[in-house]
Structures are given as C-alpha cells and as structure tokens.
Design a binder for this molecule. Structure first.
Ligand code: IMO
Ligand code: MG
Length: 422
C-alpha cells in the first residue's frame, strides 16, 4: 500500500476507525495528525469493542507502529487513561506508540474554558465535546501553548505552567467559574509525564526514516471535512484542519509523499453538535435511533441524522482530492423502503452544486432530492459487491458517481469482516 490519507467526508463519525483498522493490514505505521480526544474511533474485533480517542486505530495490531504527531492536541491525563485501559485489556502499548514532543498539551483550563464559552454562548453554542480542543488550539495559534516536550523537564514545565495558570485563572474567575487548583493539577500532570516519557520523540524524523526504509504510512483523519476550521460550516466546526492537507502539516510528511486520499462517508448523513444540516430528517433519525445506531462514541449524545448529501461530499472530494471512497453503514439502510439523495441545494431561488461558504446561508438552503428505491434485505452477511441487491449496488454507485471518485470499500457492519472490497 502507498502512503494513504484517510479523511472523513462528512461531519465526523463516518466509521473511520473501522476502515483504518481494515486498512492497517497493508500499512506499517498509523498516524494521527490532528484533533485530540474529541475523536471517538470505534473498532470491533470479534466480540470485543474498542473506542479510541487519541491513540491511532492501528494499536490493536501486532507489528504496527502508531504515531501521535505534532498536529494533535494531547490531554496527557486522557492519554494515560487510554493507555491503561488498553493494557488492562491485554493490548500491548509500549514501543509501538510514539508521541511527538511538538504536540500541544490540553490543560485543565482549556477544558473549563471550553465549557464556560459554550455556557455563555447560550443558544449560539457550538455543541463541542468539551474536551478543551478549541482553547488548546487557540493557545497554539496565540503562541502561548505548552507542548508535550515541556513535560520532559519538571522545572521548565512548572515555570511555564505557573505563568499560564495565572492568566487562565483570571479569565475563569471573570466568567464566574472556579479557578484551577495549582498543586493538584501540577501533581497529576507530572505523574502523567512519567508514564508518557518513554513514548516522546521527534516523530517527524521517525516518519522520514521509516519512509526511507520503504514503510507505508496510513494517516488516520479525525472529525470530518465539514468540521474543518477553514472548509467546514464555520463557526460550527472543530479547531483543526481535518481535510487532507492537515495530514501534511500535522505530521511533517510533505504533500508529494502522499499517494492516495481515501474519503470515508456514511451511506446517509449524521452530525453531532449544532450547525447547518440541509438533509436532516426526523424519520431517518428515529429509524436509526430505534435500531440503537448513531449515539456518540465520545460524548454519548444522540446524533442528528438525515439523507445522503452529495452536495457536501462533492465538495469534500474536491477539497481533499479524494481518489477512493469507502461507504460505511450501508446496512443501516437495509430496512428503508425509499431513499433520497440530495444532489443540489436551492438558495434564494438559485440551484447550487456546491455548498455556500456562510453558515447562515447554508442553514437556509433547501435540498433537491433524487429518489432511489430501497433493497429491503439484510446486507450484513454479504462479502462481494456483485452479491449485493441490485438496488443497493445502484445506490452505492450513485453516491460515488455524484461524489466523483472510485468506490473501493463498502462496509456492511462494524466488524472487520463485514467489509466488501472492490
Ligand atoms: P470523530 O473523529 C463528530 C464536533 C462536535 C462539535 C464540533 C466542535 O469521531 O469523527 P470540538 O470538541 O472539536 O471543539 O467540537 O465538532 N466533533 C465531532 N463530531 N465526530 C468527531 O470526531 C468529532 N469531534 C468533534 O460535536 O460539533
Ligand atoms: Mg466518532
């Protein structure tokens, strides 16, 4: 396998974890290059279910190396808990995990500020995961952040920590929130530093050395295209570049070393949190929820659901340079007699092939649908594309034709084997 970037082509939760796990067979190194523990990537191995937040989804496989690179924001307490959780279940986490010294730290004040800002925004809230992601990236851009490398020396860390604590506690007090306790937080962070020390390294140099040895890299995107800070439904986005370019800046692997971009998209659309969602549909939402599907892996929130939005995925294909497509959750539509796909938007009487850039305009768009007959058959046991019901094949082909890339994978269940390769 060539170096592959895997991106979410919708609003996150596309089933990236499952596809990464599937593709890990052919890769040597799995890299997370943006986002933090706002991500929730679910992998099902046999009867066991794992949800990963910061650690790349390759960790369950022997002989693969996982890299948390410079573009990720790392909550060290959450990372230590994730490592422990995996070890407790017999998963090896040692020399197979590397953590960039340049990755920024999520601090307790980031989490509290995230919560406070959401509270003060009232009905204009973003609906964040409250993991402190926005404030951590904010400090990175403002050049006031602490980095993983700072954890290596207790004295440096203490000095930087105290400087940042003063300012952030003043802000927290002004918002009417309780300030962060210096002593206990410092203790927790220094304890986490001791656990993380062996993993910390210059991951840029590591990745380049690995490429010289012919190793294949798989970049595990977190979130999705329309949560991208630049290309998403701003301000209802996350604070990193979730699109393909983010894999380069977030890892130090240059664009010309990337060979393939795979876009992962659900056979329908979901979004969790606030913001525009043109194809949102209560019937689809109720149906999927009644099947026990579409509850968040990170926050447990019920996801908003709707029809497939090909206007969005067409744009995603363009902005990421998607060459290959993985459609997931096709089985989620097994019991839907009639399906709809949004092929264009209408705004102020005009037909649009691409979404507008302004979230308020986007909110006002109306979907123009093409209808497809359902297949009303259980697809979860099918392993060959040609064995899928004709209507399911037509539907999957239509989604990819409308998006403009090659269909490579169709997922019909959470398990590794519930996969159709084309
Ligand atoms: P994975 O990797 C779906 C959403 C939040 C909110 C917005 C901003 O599992 O696909 P943040 O906490 O990042 O500041 O929240 O982004 N969001 C996600 N939605 N999947 C995710 O990750 C998400 N990570 C963040 O719900 O709307
Ligand atoms: Mg998720």
């Amino acid at each position: 396998m060539a170096n592959t970037i895997l991106v979410g082509a919708q609003w996150g939760d596309e089933g990236k974890g499952k596809i990464i796990d599937y593709l890990t067979d052919e890769a040597d190194i799995v890299v997370r290059s943006q986002g933090g523990n706002n991500a929730g990537h679910t992998i099902v191995h046999g009867k066991e279910k794992f949800v990963l937040h910061l650690i790349p989804s390759g960790i369950l496989r022997r002989g693969k190396t996982c890299v948390i690179s410079n573009g990720v924001v790392v909550d060290p307490i959450a990372l230590v808990a994730e490592i422990k959780g995996l070890r407790d279940r017999g998963v090896k986490v040692g020399g197979n995990l590397l953590l960039s010294d340049c990755a920024h730290l999520v601090m307790p004040w980031h989490r509290l500020l995230d919560e406070q800002r959401e509270k003060h925004q009232g009905k204009n809230k973003i609906g964040t995961t409250k993991r402190g992601i926005g404030p951590a990236y904010g400090d990175k851009a403002a050049r006031t952040g602490l980095r993983v490398g700072d954890l290596l020396d207790a004295k440096t860390f203490t000095a930087k920590f105290n400087r940042r604590l003063r300012e952030n506690n003043a802000v927290l007090r002004s918002l009417g929130a309780k300030p962060v306790s210096a002593a206990s937080t410092m203790r927790d962070y220094l304890a986490a530093a001791d656990v993380l020390r062996p993993f910390i390294t210059n991951t840029v140099v590591y990745l380049h050395e690995a490429m010289k040895q012919g190793k294949h890299l798989l970049f595990e995107g977190a979130q999705g295209t329309f949560l991208d800070l630049d290309h998403g439904t701003y301000p209802f986005v996350t604070s990193s570049n979730t699109t393909a370019g983010g894999a380069c800046t977030g890892s130090g692997v240059p664009p010309h070393r990337m060979d393939t971009v795979m876009g992962v998209m659900k056979a329908y659309t979901t979004r969790v949190g606030e913001g525009p969602f043109v194809t949102e549909d209560n019937t689809v939402t109720s149906l999927l929820h009644s099947m026990g599907r579409e509850f968040g892996a990170t926050t447990g929130r019920a996801r908003r659901c709707g029809w497939f939005d090909a206007v969005a995925t067409r744009y995603a294909s363009m902005v990421n340079g998607i060459d290959e497509i993985a459609i997931t959750n096709l089985d989620g539509l097994d019991n839907v007699p009639a399906l709809r796909v949004c092929t264009a938007y209408r705004l102020n009487g005009k037909k649009l092939d691409y979404p507008p850039t302004d979230a308020t305009d986007w909110e006002r768009c109306e979907p123009i649908y093409t209808d497809f007959p359902g297949w009303m058959k259980d697809t979860s046991g099918i392993r060959e594309f040609s064995k899928l019901p004709l209507n399911a094949r037509r539907y999957a082909r239509a989604l990819t034709d409308l998006t403009g890339a090659k269909l490579r994978i169709v997922s019909v269940g959470a398990g590794h084997d519930e996969t159709i390769r084309l």
